[in-house]
Design a protein around this ligand. Structure first.
Ligand code: ZN
Length: 191
């Protein structure tokens, strides 16, 4: 998405999405979602068999933007100021299936990681790669850096969760993000 739009979204997201997920207790002082394990308690219907985690450093805050005109529609654009070259981390353990550069179109530099039980995650518009095809990764392994390659006009991470080839609505550490709109996420990956 365009950087100017990203900045607008960030400005409006704190007030706009504070109550979206009705978490028990926000862990940080800022309003929003913290994907700590306590957020995925009993009765949470969003828990997946494979726990896919926020693909960023512990404690880092991102806006997860979803919108009807996104392609694929269930994709997420992770946005924040200073996004360029932030670490991108694997959402779960798995095997790197694709490391590819589409040049100035589409995903640009992107990675697909294959997880258990038919799940895959995709990370696009990367600035650089830290893994190669066939490499085994753990939850939180750094696989690349955030960039603005391909059909992107500002640094952000385009992210998809796919189950048996179908792009699903994103759930991070058992917490379903907002469709359609913005969700403030504080990564707990690797904490
Ligand atoms: Zn996108």
């Amino acid at each position: 998405m365009r950087l100017s739009t990203a900045r607008r979204s960030l400005a409006g997201v704190v007030a706009g999405t504070a109550a979206v997920l009705a978490l028990a207790t926000p862990v940080t002082a800022t309003a929003g979602t913290t994907d700590v394990s306590t957020a995925a308690g009993s009765g949470d219907v969003g828990i997946q068999a494979v726990n896919l985690r926020t693909p960023f450093d512990c404690g880092q805050v991102w806006n997860a933007n979803t919108r009807t005109n996104h392609n694929p529609q269930n994709s997420v654009d992770f946005q924040r100021s200073g996004a360029l070259n932030k670490n991108v981390r694997s959402s779960a353990a798995g095997t790197v299936e694709t490391v590819r550069n589409l040049g100035n179109t589409s995903y640009g530099k992107y990675i697909v990681v294959r997880h258990a039980e038919g799940w895959k995650t995709l990370y696009a518009h990367l600035n650089s790669f830290n893994v190669s095809v066939g490499q085994r990764v753990s939850t939180g392994t750094i696989i690349g850096k955030v960039g603005s390659t391909g059909g992107s006009t500002g640094p952000h991470l385009h992210y998809e969760q796919r189950l048996n080839g179908v792009v699903k609505r994103v759930v991070l550490n058992g917490v379903a993000i907002r469709y359609f709109g913005n969700t403030t996420i504080t990564s707990s990956t690797g904490c």
